[in-house]
Every structure is written in C-alpha cells, then in structure tokens.
Design a protein around this ligand. Structure first.
Ligand code: AMP
Ligand code: MN
Ligand code: MN
Ligand code: MN
Length: 274
C-alpha cells in the first residue's frame, strides 16, 4: 500500500496547485492520496476532479491548527465531508484568526524595519490564505535570512519581531469538527513539536480520552527511532496510524510525494477505517 495522506497546495502554504500535486501523486503511483491544506478545504474540489481524471484515490483532508494545553499543534482530518457546516464554521474561525495574525506579524516586522511585509507576503500567496511560510519565503527572498529554519527562529516565533500568539481552539473541539463531518482526527507529526517524549505521551493520553483517532507515524523526515516509537505508542494508547510526507512543493525543499517508509502494522492503518 503506497499512501501519502499529508500534502499542501497553494490553497495554504504549498507552492503548487491541487491539480499539479494530484498529478505528482499519480506519477508516484500512490494508491491513496490526501490533500490536507492548513485550515482550508478550498483545494479539494479541484483535486477531486483531477484525481477522477487520473484514476487516483483521493481522501478529503485538512490540517487544522489547535491547542493542546499551552502548545499549538496540528490535527489532520481525513475522510471529511467538506460540505459539513460544523467543520466549515470551525475552519472559518481559524481563517479569521490567520488574517488577524498576518496583520500583527506585518506590524511586528515593520517595527523592526521591514516594510510592506503584508503586501509582499500576499503576493507570494497569490491571494490565497496567508501563512507564516509566506512571510518566511518573503524574508528569505529579501535576504534577511538564508533558510526556513533560521527565518522561523529569528523572525516568526516566540518574542521575535513577527512572533504572534494565536488563540486556536482546544483540540477537543477540533476533534469534534472533524468527526462531526464523518472524518478521522489524527495528531500530525508528533515529533515536530518542541516536546519531550513524556510530554508527547501525555498528549496522546489526553487525545485518546477526547476520542481522537490516531497519529501520523511516518513523515518524510521520520527517523527509524521515531517510527519505532510511533508504532509502540499506537499499541500502548490504542490509536490508528497514518503516513504522510507533509509535501509543500517549494523549490528549495527536497520532500517528494509518495516517498515514505512503509507502515509495518497494517491492522492499525488508517485506510482500513476511512
Ligand atoms: P502557520 O500554520 O501559518 O503557523 O505556518 C506553519 C507552517 O510553517 C508549518 O506548517 C510549516 O510548513 C512551516 N514551518 C513552521 N516552522 C518551520 C520551520 N522551523 N522550518 C520550516 N518550516 C516551518
Ligand atoms: Mn505548512
Ligand atoms: Mn503541520
Ligand atoms: Mn502540513
């Protein structure tokens, strides 16, 4: 089973159109593929029409920003009904938070001498949703930083000029948005948060208690140790497993669609439950 259930188009912070990324999934011979833009399902209709044309199995997806305790985390929703009101009301709430945050980021950057950040980031987003990735790419292309890692660290997090705290909803609520639309809710890339293993495990306990469905066990950058811990935790906390590259398609990124390690425990694979 070749699955890739975490990918972005330019409807959030990806570089390519939904049509182009479905083509890449088809070229990579993915048996199952999901478009999971940040806080938006606006690319799904286009992705679906291309998937039908190419005979690719598309799963409707989304990656929703949420809070667990005091940490911002990402919940991937898979197999969602994009016409569901509760889901779309939630996504609209997050889209509003994003617009407010973009203005605050631009103001913070302006205070540190970087002019017209909002307009320049908007140019890069092509008028679609604004994310921190657009500010990051803008700051790199203007020569303020050399790569994504340093630009997030120096400009877009914590108390840095463009660091803005967003009051996302608690993940319990986000799980409900996803599940009320018929989808499964999974914690995205559990190892990418700045958390100790103990803290991640506490998050998994709370997530299971809130009726969450699973976690992403495999990403494009997963180490063998992370994959084996993820496999251990899905057993320990009775969760399902998903796999996804988190492809964004920016020219300077090496991640490819459908190029992932295989899931070993197929009885807990999310695709048996979608
Ligand atoms: P946002 O959802 O607008 O807060 O933007 C978060 C996105 O920025 C993530 O989904 C990643 O694509 C990207 N991102 C966050 N931190 C980093 C980082 N340190 N290096 C590269 N990309 C990052
Ligand atoms: Mn992203
Ligand atoms: Mn994410
Ligand atoms: Mn993502």
């Amino acid at each position: 089973m070749k699955a890739d259930l975490h990918n972005h188009s330019y409807f959030s912070d990806g570089f390519l159109s939904p049509r182009d990324i479905v083509k890449l999934a088809s070229d990579a011979n993915c048996d199952l593929f999901a478009l999971t833009d940040h806080d938006s399902t606006n690319g799904i209709v286009e992705a679906k029409s291309e998937a039908d044309k190419l005979g690719t199995n598309l799963v409707n997806g989304v990656e929703i920003s949420a809070f667990w305790r005091n940490s911002a985390i990402h919940i991937v929703g898979l197999g969602i009904d994009i016409d569901n009101d509760e889901l779309q009301t939630g996504l609209e709430f997050n889209q509003t938070l994003r617009k407010e945050r973009a203005k605050k980021i631009a103001l913070g950057l302006w205070r540190s001498g970087i002019k017209d950040a909002l307009e320049k980031a908007q140019m890069l987003s092509g008028g679609h949703m604004l994310t921190r990735t657009h500010f990051a790419q803008m700051l790199i292309s203007e020569g303020y930083c050399k790569d994504m890692k340093s630009v997030f660290r120096r400009y877009l997090t914590g108390r840095k000029p463009g660091g803005v705290r967003v009051e996302w909803k608690d993940f319990k609520e986000v799980i409900k948005w996803v599940q009320s639309s018929g989808g499964k809710a999974l914690i995205a890339h559990p190892f990418r948060y700045r958390m100790t293993h103990t803290k991640i495990k506490n998050m998994l306990i709370d997530f299971k208690e809130a009726n969450g469905d699973g976690i992403e066990v495999i990403n494009a950058n997963s180490s063998d140790q992370e994959i084996s811990l993820g496999n251990q935790w899905i057993e320990e906390y009775d969760l399902l497993a998903s796999v996804g590259s988190d492809f964004h398609g920016w020219p300077n990124q090496r991640v490819q669609i459908g190029n992932l390690a295989e899931l070993t425990n197929n009885s807990r694979a999310i695709w048996s439950y979608l």
